[in-house]
Structures are given as structure tokens and as C-alpha cells.
Design a protein around this ligand. Sequence first.
Ligand code: ADP
Ligand code: MG
Ligand code: MG
Ligand code: MG
Length: 420
Amino acid sequence: ASQPLAKAFNEETLKRYIASQPHLHQIFGNDLSDVRVDEIGDGNLNFVFFVTNKQAALAFKQALPYSRMSGGARALTCERLAFETAALREFGRLAPDYIPHIHHFDTEQSLMVMEFLSPHIIMRKGMIDGVEYPTFADHISTYLAKCLYGTSDFALDPSTKREMVAYFARNVELCEITERLIFNEPFMASDSNRWTSPALDETVHAIQNNLALKLRVADLKYKFLTRSEALLHADLHSGSIMLTADETKVIDPEFAVFGPMAFDIGILIGNLLINYYAQEAYATADNDRAAYRFSVLKMIEDIWNGFFQKFCALWHEGRTGGAYQGTVFTEQNGAATAALNSVLDDYLDNLLQDSIGYAATEMIRRTIGRAHVIDVDMIKDDEKRADIEKKILGFAAQILQSPKKYKSITEFLEPAKQDI
Ligand code: ADP
Ligand code: MG
Ligand code: MG
Ligand code: MG
């Protein structure tokens, strides 16, 4: 068992640590006297340091036995960083262009060292500033197709997959947070919830008393708990993505676990839609953000459609995993191929419905649950913010309470277009 650290690294202890690790020492060179350490973390849970000298620049991520925001009050095991590192390595194997390079992992110190991403910035911040990301939809749809397909029974042999499922199933602490914050608390009376009050009181009450809506969320939760389809990032929001106009990197998969593919797709789409609604508040005299808002919807369409195409291509090229072995789908004849295509169509149709469901759940929980997002929270004017939050909740509640099946991502986005 690892000996959890009581304290965060500081400049002195980090320098000493680097000197003690030949591999890291080599990266920074003989002279460590000019090594500078800055804490750059902005997350709730962990410490991230920018460590640089004239020869190198690396990011050091440290998980302490408590969450960063709680200042020591909320205990968490350090093991979460091992799950994060294992997930980054797996995703890096499948989609190397979209994952920072991992240089070092130390269980005892609960420390992971990775490539320092620069000039990449956190996507959420870029979107708030109205920065266009023309390559993002193509990149993230490739990442999603390769990582979700590549860790599923469509690609892996059953024994390999079971071993992986068993390993990540031990990430119980962070899964408990996902379940509680996303599926439980927002849909019941809980002291952890917060929302713009009293403006949203009635809306929140209506959501928490809407049986049809809560049954849908219960179904999505059940699928999250029971469907070990693929290795999920499980926290794939715009704050876990760092990018430039032509590069995209996914970071921070410490919640990683096997679950339904729709979860990752839906969380991402939900966060992009929140940003879409918030754009209204960022309008200035010389930029009404109308074009940007439109580009966010286009981005969501391109993500799903790109994912769909790339996933289909992998299905047709691959067919190596346990889901095919010894089944009718390995037969090379017209009838088997037609059946395969029809199964794939149904599979992707259900994936779209569930992705939409998770997106809506995310939009609600980020508005009335414990963990909000800055896209909306930074809007200082209470009235303006409440107005936007009501639109977000109205859009999401409509989706979750209706038995409607969406024929396309475009159809799903239509009411959002009408809202503004
Ligand atoms: P947490 O788990 O605490 O949320 P993150 O992995 O999200 O930690 O990192 C927190 C912040 O540190 C990020 O929002 C980003 O600004 C910065 N960061 C993380 N990893 C890197 C990296 N490889 N290169 C540059 N900055 C990084
Ligand atoms: Mg983070
Ligand atoms: Mg963060
Ligand atoms: Mg994190």
C-alpha cells in the first residue's frame, strides 16, 4: 500500500525529488539550480505544478489524500492518480495525438509527470472568450471513436477486457462522486444543491417533482452503473480539454471507469450547450456573439456526425473483438453483412438517444447541483444569469421528460436554436 503524502510539494522538495529520479533529472539536465516551480492547478481535487528550467518544461500532477478545494477536510485516497495515469496511457495508445505524453508516475509520491501543454488553454475559457476552434470537432470525434471503440468488446478480446474492467472497477471513490453529483443530488432535496434563488425555485421544484423526468434519469443512472461498454474518461467536459486552433489534448481522466459510451459523448455535448446558452451574456456592442453561438451548435453536430462515421468505419474494418468472435458477424456473405449493418444502425441510434439523455442530465446538474461551471456562474447580473439558467433547464427538462426518439443530432438541437 502506498504511503500517502501529508503535504504538497514545494519548490525545494520538488527539486530534491527530481534530483533523486534519474529519468527526470536527465530531462532537466545537470543543472537544477534554475528549476522554477509554479502551482497552476485550478481544479477541485488535485495540485498541478508547472516545473521548468532552461532545458525542459513539464507538468507535475499530485493527488493528496484529500481534495484541494477542501483544504484537507474531505478525505480521498491518492489512488485516483493511478487510475488517471492508467486511463491516459490507454487513451494515449489508442489516440496518441490527443493525449499529453506521460513521462513518469510514482505511486509512493502520488505524482504523475506529463508534457506541459503550451500554448494550449482550457477549452471552457477559450469558449467564454469567443475563440473559434475549427479543428476541435474532427479531433474529439476521432478521440471518442478510437477510445470508445478501442476499449469495447468490438475491439478487445474478452479476457483482456475483463481484466481492464476489473482494474477500473476499483475506482469506487470517484465513481461514487459521479453518481451522487450527477444522478442523485440534483433530482432531490439536498443541502449540496445550489441555484439562483428565488428566481429558479419554482423550476427546480418542478424538475424534482417530475416523475417522467426522474424515471429517465434513473434509467441513465442504471446504465451508467451496469453497462461496462467501454473505458470512459467520465469527466469529459470543456474544462478537461486543452487546445489551440490546431491541436486538441484531453486531460484529467481521474474518474475513469468502464461505462456506457453515451456518457462521455453526452457530458461533452451538455457542456458545449451550456456554453451556447451562456454566450448571450457575453455579447458586447461590437460583437453580439451570434456567429459564435451558431458555431457552437455546428460544432456539436460535427462531433456527433464525425463520431458516427468514424465509429462505423472502425466497426467495418475491425470486427476482431469478442462481440464478433465465433458469431454470425464474421461470416462473409451478403445476409450476414446486411444483418451487421442493421445491428450497427440500431446500436448507434440508441447511443444517440442516451447521449442526448446524459447531455440533458449534465445541463441540469451543472445548473442546480453542487458543481457549477464558470460559463454561467461568472455572469454577475442575477437576472441575466437566471434567465439563461431557465433556458438551460427548460431545454434539458423537455428532453428528459419526453419519450421522443431523435432522428438526428440536428433535430435534437432545433429547440436550442429557437430559444435564442
Ligand atoms: P484537477 O484534477 O484538479 O481538476 P487538472 O488535471 O484538470 O486537475 O489540472 C488542473 C489545471 O492545470 C488545468 O485546468 C490546466 O489549467 C492545468 N494543467 C493540467 N495539466 C496540464 C498540462 N499537461 N499542461 C499544462 N497545463 C496543465
Ligand atoms: Mg480538472
Ligand atoms: Mg480543472
Ligand atoms: Mg480532475
